[in-house]
Design a protein around this ligand. Sequence first.
Ligand SMILES: [Mn+2]
Length: 333
Amino acid sequence: MKYKDSRKIFKALKKAKKILINVHRSPDPDSVGSALAFYELLVSFKKEVKVICPNKLTEENIFLPHSKVVEKVDFSKFDFSKWNIFLVLDSANWDMVTGFDQIKKPNIKTILIDHHITSKQFGDINLIDDKVSSTAELVYLLFKDWKIKFTNTISENLLAGIIGDTGIFEYPNVTSQTMEVARELMEKGADKDNIILHIYRNYSFNKLKFWEEIIKRMEFDEKNRFVYSAVPFNVFKDYQKPVSSKEIAASMFCPVIKGADFGFVMIEEEENILKISFRSKKDFDVSKVAEGLGGGGHKSAAGATIRNKDFDEAVKRVLQVVEKYAQKDNKVF
Ligand SMILES: [Mn+2]
């Protein structure tokens, strides 16, 4: 057994009749793929299963097997009372589940399975492993503990989660175990080329032009060794608010600059709501910087939100906090 709680989680799921599964806000392939792999397994156990998400799925995950079952719901109105268990995947905190910061957690037995180092461990059972690349890798190991048969569709969903959270096996979260898991999933029928095509070779031209705006605004703090860009709401709106553009831009442009250990992209996604995606190179831990701003995430990829401040004020606040953390760390490369 890889995980000591494997059996306990299996028993709880076997006992339940009606199981809810979440896909987190701003759904990414790890969140969707892990949820849909679990969906297929629990349906095969003859459970009533519903997969819920506060947002609609996007191009980068709508191609996944069973994606049609994901329902967009309003968490402030959702009735949890008829469900026995809420299986929460890939979510560091309750806000990530609901997409809002002010919805209370309902009274429902919750099993949390996640890999965020900043996890708030809000489940009744918490299986957190921050040493794996993705929740999908964790779910694979858990299914192995349970001796589950990996169908080609379960394998496709899990490999998509791994490829999404590792930037096609590029980020520092990839271990030899990740490669081993990916190899096995490919042998079970997962199509890596199809996954890469949909996640990384399918950006709209509009998104590309929006990234031009991000790059145009990029600044380099050479003393503190970071790069950053900040885009105000009116510009974001002019491009019809392209989804996931901040995260992808941060991944592509922030950790690749000579002389910078990390970087971040700030976008005012709603008026007076500034969202930030951090990415780092090598050993610089951006999850600490994000936590300093009330957010969280992983060592090399993290995020935060600043609310109720106008754009200039919010950007100033972020830079103040970031400078503090940047100076604490030593240069890494
Ligand atoms: Mn993840």
